[in-house]
Design a protein around this ligand. Structure first.
Ligand SMILES: NCCC[C@H](NC(=O)CCN)C(=O)O
Length: 402
């Protein structure tokens, strides 16, 4: 009898997830549209932070604003001593092109999944664990999740999850490691017409470095990436530039491969310095680890998403995210989903799609899939599931950083 009650109870908990998310569709859409209409850059997401924390407070979560970072937050519900699930919200936009990576939808998806899990935990008045929604700023280049990891925000979490808008549906996307550097050259200014020979041209060095990297790229492996811009090209045409700077990203599936890529780039930078007589300074900026997808979690997610009608693809990814660093401290999944456009992320068409009504149904389906995945892990009697998740994680950590 107890077993049947449990199974009947469990079915009702699962239904509670979907019902709550469906009932909240309008307020979730308003939340997403509000964030989309107020694009804010990394670590400046003050408006998004306010509307999200107000939302979770109204929904009965225990909210901690300015959580280790001015625009980070924690919204939690449940009991301690059971399984602790973390759902991630992102909400930073890109310079000039707004929410061209759809982080307003990541925030909506995370909020919806948090609502759904809370509804299931509340059902029957007996929470069986805890759900924490973490608001993580500055994924696009600042790495707010890394600051939160370092502050201990992920301690005690059993699993972590989020979903990211993308041109197709990927349950196990290849999100690769990234390192970032600035390459600065210092030369000597001189009048570019009356006495150019007196100068040491920092821009020449930057151009030579850029060209060296461009030809070196032919020798990179297909999954490696090097891409950059001139961030300082000199002051005026009639002054031999005494300073110039490049800003580069380097990427590879593993840390070991990334170190090979970086060595090649630094070699190009140093070669240009020798050729021009400039001083060269290579400055490391924050990088991200590759995403290590937990197979047991991904298999559950794939079942739930497929049952929701999601048709999963098997190729794509090759961006980077600070969720990679989270996946090295907590078993994680970071599925990506089609939300109405095949346009590439970081494009103006993607910005438009992220604010369009067509993005809503796929986003809520992703939220339900994440929430039901979490629920399967939390289900009484499914202790073996969490054991397998942790076994996966231990094996993966044994070799992932290699
Ligand atoms: N240096 C950080 C780059 C992050 C950026 N991430 C994405 O585009 C995917 C998720 N927003 C990237 O260039 O890969």
């Amino acid at each position: 009898m107890q077993a049947e009650a449990t199974s009947d109870m469990w079915s009702k908990r699962r239904e509670a997830v979907k019902t709550k998310i469906d009932e909240s569709a309008s307020s979730l859409n308003d939340l997403s549209q509000d964030i989309w209409s107020h694009p804010e850059l990394a670590f400046e997401e003050r408006y998004a932070h306010k509307v999200l924390t107000d939302f979770f407070e109204k929904e009965g979560f225990e909210v901690t604003r300015n959580y280790h970072l001015e625009t980070a937050f924690k919204a939690t519900y449940g009991i301690d001593g059971g399984i602790h699930v973390c759902v991630i919200c992102e909400y930073d936009a890109l310079p000039e092109i707004g929410h061209a990576c759809g982080h307003n939808l990541i925030a909506e998806c995370g909020a919806a999944a948090g609502l759904g899990i809370k509804a299931a935990l509340e059902f029957g008045g007996t929470p069986i664990g805890r759900v924490t929604v973490l608001g993580t700023p500055a994924e696009e280049g600042g790495g707010g999740k890394i600051d939160l990891i370092n502050a201990g925000a992920f301690e005690g979490m059993d699993i972590a999850m989020m979903a990211h808008p993308y041109p197709n549906n990927l349950s196990r996307p290849m999100m690769i490691a990234v390192d970032r550097v600035t390459i600065s050259y210092k030369g000597l200014a001189a009048h570019a017409s009356t006495a150019p020979w007196e100068g040491v041209n920092a821009l020449d060095a930057a151009v030579m470095c850029y060209n060296s990297i461009s030809v070196m790229r032919q020798q990179l492996k297909p999954e490696w990436r090097v891409h950059g811009i001139f961030s300082n090209g000199g002051a005026k045409p009639n002054i031999i530039p005494e300073e110039a700077e490049l800003f580069y990203y380097m990427r590879a599936p593993t840390q070991e491969a990334l170190s090979q890529v970086k060595k090649k780039v630094v070699g190009c930078a140093q070669g240009a310095a020798v050729a021009t007589g400039c001083e060269c300074i290579v400055k490391d900026l924050r990088g991200y680890a590759n995403v290590v997808t937990n197979p047991t979690m991904a298999t559950i997610y794939e079942k739930e998403a497929t049952q929701m009608g999601v048709v999963l693809d098997d190729h794509g990814g090759s961006g980077s995210t600070d969720m990679g660093d989270v996946s090295y401290v907590v078993p994680s999944i970071h599925p990506m989903y089609y939300m109405g456009t095949v346009a590439a992320n970081h494009s103006r068409p993607f910005t438009a799609a992220a604010g369009a009504a067509a993005a809503q149904p796929p986003t809520l389906i992703q939220a339900k899939s994440l929430a039901l995945t979490a629920l399967e892990v939390m289900k009484p009697g499914n202790e073996e599931v969490l054991a397998n998740i942790k076994k996966d994680f231990a094996l993966q950590m044994g070799g992932a950083k290699a």
